[in-house]
Design a binder for this molecule. Structure first.
Ligand code: AMP
Ligand code: GLY
Length: 424
């Protein structure tokens, strides 16, 4: 089978690594890919936001199956174009991708489905939004409705910050994404991410994870795309998982089908858990990055069979073979990230790095070739390891970090601190 993966980050490197372990994969192309992916697959330059270009490329290269990594091509309807052309694809339609692309849409769906989430209101003008904030007080959460590359959420601990967020969003800071704003009740508790494959009817959990969004140790400083993650998430006990499936995921899937927009792909369920009660923070319609790296490390070759089953309506026949293990990924980023960061610096030490089913260096933003890698992004490397315990996975991941010779790179040294503390 010839497979095409769309995307260029650590998530796509991890997907490519897992897919290649499956003997069903004859040829793998990743578009556009990165320097690490180029070591294991063919990279091709294709405009992945252009459905017509992706279909033409897939036809020219006899592609049998396309896996879409990021949300932007999904929201732009690339999966629809592939399906219309008769090409099998893993990823939701543009209509179903609104579960990530519009926060207001997700809230409407949750209300219709009876799924527990924060109380909310939606505004298209600043003055009523300000009045709502004054009425409800802080803490309160202000969100740009549309896709804002993870930056459109302000968790305001005081009223002034919330009002400032309203000015920024209606002032055009997020372009069209901020033309509407959702204001939400602040939820407190422990966050976790839950990943569920869906084929429009059946749902199949494929793992839990916790990430570290803040750039600084102790979860301080500005938000990032994620500085590290581990799986499983201890807060996602079987009892909590059952509640999430029964009260949140299945009712949402039923509501999407009722709206003639059945969801096919992976649903990334962002949760806040307090006293064993889960509430939805947000949905994403793709694997998390870097959460995907730890999930792929734990799932391995079966991933291709699972994604194919989701794409072809056969999830009811599938089961996930779980190893009773743990995985951790540590993100190395370029100095300055998430602000202006240094670009093009040399990275050494990767060539003799061990790469096994227990230890991998996934590339998130690199250019160049083996022996001459350069940083080409904010988040650059994901040192990822698996172990019998979280402590073992952690020690292996940081041993990989210590082999990297990149003076202009940094990482957090405390990934997993909460879960490791609980194990003592
Ligand atoms: P989102 O992009 O919706 O996931 O929001 C980004 C982050 O903001 C989440 O991971 C949470 O840490 C935080 N957040 C979002 N909504 C809320 C909420 N209603 N209450 C508390 N924290 C929130
Ligand atoms: N790591 C969070 C995300 O992928 O959205």
């Amino acid at each position: 089978m010839n497979i095409l993966i769309l995307g260029s980050g650590g998530r796509e490197h991890a997907l490519a690594w897992a897919v290649l372990q499956n003997p069903k994969c004859d040829k793998l192309i990743v578009a556009p890919g990165n320097a690490g992916i180029a070591q294991i697959a063919t990279c091709a330059s294709v405009d992945i936001m252009n459905g017509g270009a992706v279909v033409a490329f897939a036809e020219e290269n006899s592609i049998d199956f396309v896996i879409v990594g990021p949300e932007a091509p999904l929201a732009a309807g690339v999966a629809d174009r592939l399906r219309d052309a008769g090409i099998r694809v893993f990823g939701p339609s543009a209509e179903a991708a609104r579960l990530e692309a519009s926060k207001g849409f997700t809230k409407e769906v949750c209300d219709a489905a009876g799924a527990p989430t924060a109380a909310w209101a939606r505004f298209s003008e600043a003055e009523p939004a300000r009045a709502y904030i004054r009425e409800h007080g802080a803490p309160i959460v202000v969100k740009a409705d549309g896709l804002a590359a993870g930056k459109g959420v302000v968790v305001a601990m005081d009223e002034a910050t919330a009002l400032e967020a309203i000015d920024d969003m209606f002032g055009g800071q997020f372009g069209d994404a901020g033309a509407e704003v959702v204001i939400e009740e602040f939820m407190d508790g422990e966050e976790a991410s839950f990943f569920v494959l869906c084929d429009g009817e059946t749902v199949l959990p494929v793992g839990t994870a916790q990430d570290h969004k803040r750039v600084g140790e102790g979860d301080t400083g500005p938000n990032t795309g994620g500085m590290g993650a581990y799986s499983p998430a201890p807060v996602m006990t079987d009892a909590v998982t059952d509640k999430v499936l029964d009260r949140i995921v299945r009712p949402t899937m039923t509501e999407m089908s009722r709206r003639a927009a059945p969801f096919q792909g992976v649903l990334f369920v962002g949760l806040m858990i307090k006293d064993g009660q889960p509430r939805l923070v947000e949905y994403n319609v793709r694997f998390g990055d870097p959460e995907c790296q730890v999930l792929m490390m734990r799932l391995g070759a079966q991933v291709l069979d699972l994604l194919l089953a989701a794409a072809t309506g056969r999830l009811a026949e599938m089961q996930v073979n779980w190893a009773d293990d743990h995985a951790m990924t540590v993100v190395m980023a370029a100095e300055g990230y998430p602000g202006d960061y240094v670009k093009g610096t040399a990275i050494n030490g990767l060539d003799d790095m061990l790469e096994t089913s227990f230890e991998m260096c996934f590339h998130a933003g690199t250019s160049g070739t083996a022996g001459a890698y350069k940083a080409a992004g904010g988040r650059v490397l994901n040192l990822t390891a698996r172990g019998a315990t979280l402590q073992e996975a952690r020690d292996r991941a940081y041993a990989l970090v210590d082999r990297v010779d990149w003076p202009e790179g940094f990482c957090r040294r405390d990934i997993g601190w909460r879960a490791l503390g609980q194990q003592d």
